[in-house]
Ligand binder design. Sequence first.
Ligand SMILES: [Zn+2]
Length: 287
Amino acid sequence: MSTIHNIKTEVDIQRLPVDSEEHKFNDWMVKYKKSHILHSQCSTADRCSTSSEKCQFCVYTSTLELPHLPEMVFPNNILYLIHSSGAGIEFNALDALKQVCNKSLPIKVACSDAWRGTRSPSHLEEKVKPFDWTFSSDYRGTVSGPFDITTTDERINIEKLKEREKILFYQDLMLYEDELHDNGIASCTVKIRVMPSSFFVLLRYFLRVDNVMVRVNDTRLFHEFSTNYILREYTNRESGFQELGLPLPVFADPNLISQHLPLQTSIYEKLVLPNNENVQESSSKEQ
Ligand SMILES: [Zn+2]
């Protein structure tokens, strides 16, 4: 969005405040940070070229090796879920972008050609290496600590999620977004809601290449506090525009369109928490 770029040049975005909160729910600490978008260039060239302590822009460009980054990257928007055992999951833009293919174009050539045709030829010729310009990511969150991860036949109980339970905490974070030079949208967002009995996270990568295709990569995490595990479900759904034959407004709403997209791949996992004494200690302390 060009308005954001304009604002960015007028104020020192590094000085904008960071919004952050942390809350304890049973054995979990739920924490988030939220702040300004990534600079579009290095802010401290002298320091970044000589020392290992780099600015965020240089960390992103050197880690990712992408010819360019999405128009809007939110390096400080991070959601953390930390269990008293030390096991944790976080959601951040850098790790989501690490999953973007920087070597080839995973979208069918016909699609990318249709889209590329709208760009100026000189721009394409200049491009040194092909990469996934849709910033498609199958990121499922960054897991750390003593989780035991296995595949499972157990599924998230959707009926349970539909129950009208009080929402104790809710947060919605944008990790990155790109408007594909006005040819659609690619976005990666994460949402959490915590209820008295459980928490639910939806990490969503959404892609719409106008008149070409739609893709929704969802990762859902569901944990009932009465259990010792988290269910994590990843689904990749996509389709061409023509195959769907739906009215255009449906394409603007990821929630609506995802219901019409055929499932391509899925991964169902159980993230099992350690059953150690620390867990019991901290939960008894709380009472
Ligand atoms: Zn720098």
